[in-house]
Design a protein around this ligand. Structure first.
Ligand SMILES: [Zn+2]
Length: 327
């Protein structure tokens, strides 16, 4: 039996979206309709305008519903914080899929909003852990962390602004996976339209049967999507012991697991100067790659095995990466 690890057998197509951006309803510079217009013009299919949900912005959820049309939609959401921003171990999330009357948290319990958002059906992404150098060692004490569905692996604003090292959330993602959390991967812009290149650099491609906010949320929560800075996944099929991967033109297709020195030893590259679009990777090594510490328990399931498939592509001097979780 062939298992479709990317689309889960769903009929549909990929829709491009960004789940992390701001308007002047919080600390961005453009009006909400201008943000939507910019993403629409850049070829996106949807965004979640994640304005900050904080006291200083009036605990306001930006209503983007009037900005939807036949070819572009929005997921109503916001960026929440787990604590006042100057607290050492504060973290931030996009909660995509919030009601407009979402209640403000009490002053001494910010993180309650993150838990409530998840309970009310939002897709919750931990954002830019590198922004405040959030220590992995603090993870066990972070409130509402079990409400988080995904970690932002790549934050475009940080990458192109003054803190490029902070753009990469892999240390937190990998560290939490090792601790047993089951998490998806995300890439986002964090666009504020504050400088010319803080947008269109990291996004998600969500597989769905239609362009509809609720349907997109279901696909996100089910992991029927990948995150990327450019390269595309077309198929990720598990056929017996073969993992068959089809991509846009890439320099390498590699499968990573825990503990091995190399990325599974399954990297495939073309002849010099040639790119590849396909790889047949042995799935057999997967259990070998997955050490017991990479077995995880989640919500009543006995165990899951997880690894990441990453695709790298060189374009001038920039390495682009996309990632999909396999479990
Ligand atoms: Zn943000």
């Amino acid at each position: 039996m062939v298992r479709d690890l990317l689309k889960d057998g769903e009929v549909g197509r990929f829709f491009r979206g960004n789940l992390h951006c701001h308007s002047n309803r919080s600390d961005g510079l453009l009006q909400p309709d201008e943000v939507v217009g910019a993403y629409r013009d850049a070829g996106y299919d949807f965004i979640c305008l994640s304005d900050h949900f904080e006291a200083e912005y009036g605990w306001h959820i930006t209503d983007t519903r009037p900005l939807r049309d036949e070819h572009f939609t929005t997921i109503v959401g916001a960026e929440l914080s787990s604590a006042p921003w100057d607290e050492r171990d504060a973290y931030w999330v996009t909660a995509a899929g919030l009601p407009l009357d979402f209640e403000a948290p009490p002053a001494d319990g910010h993180a309650g909003a993150i838990r409530r958002a998840s309970e009310r059906g939002a897709f919750v992404i931990m954002l830019h852990p590198g922004l405040n150098n959030l220590p992995l060692a603090a993870a066990d004490g972070l409130p509402a962390l079990d409400a988080v569905h995904a970690v932002e692996l790549y934050n475009h604003n940080l990458a192109v602004a003054a803190h490029p090292d902070g753009a990469n959330g892999a240390y937190m993602l990998d560290g939490l996976l090792e601790k047993g959390y089951r998490l998806l991967v995300n890439a986002g812009d964090d666009a504020h339209f504050g400088h010319p290149s803080d947008r269109f650099g990291g996004w998600v491609e969500v597989h769905c049967d239609r362009l509809d906010p609720e349907a997109l949320l279901r696909s996100l929560k089910a992991g029927r999507y990948y995150s990327t800075q450019g390269p595309s996944f077309r198929e990720v099929l598990l056929d017996g012991e073969q993992l068959r991967v089809e991509t846009s033109e890439a320099y390498a297709i590699s499968l990573t697991g825990g503990g091995d020195r190399w990325q599974s030893g399954q990297e495939r590259t073309g002849e010099e100067g040639e790119s590849i679009t396909k790889a047949g990777l042995r799935s057999r090594p997967l259990p070998r790659l997955l050490r017991p510490r990479h077995r995880r328990r989640c919500r009543g399931e006995t165990s899951m095995e997880q690894s990441d498939l990453s695709l790298t592509h060189t374009e001038s001097d920039r390495v682009l990466r996309s990632a999909v979780r396999i479990c």
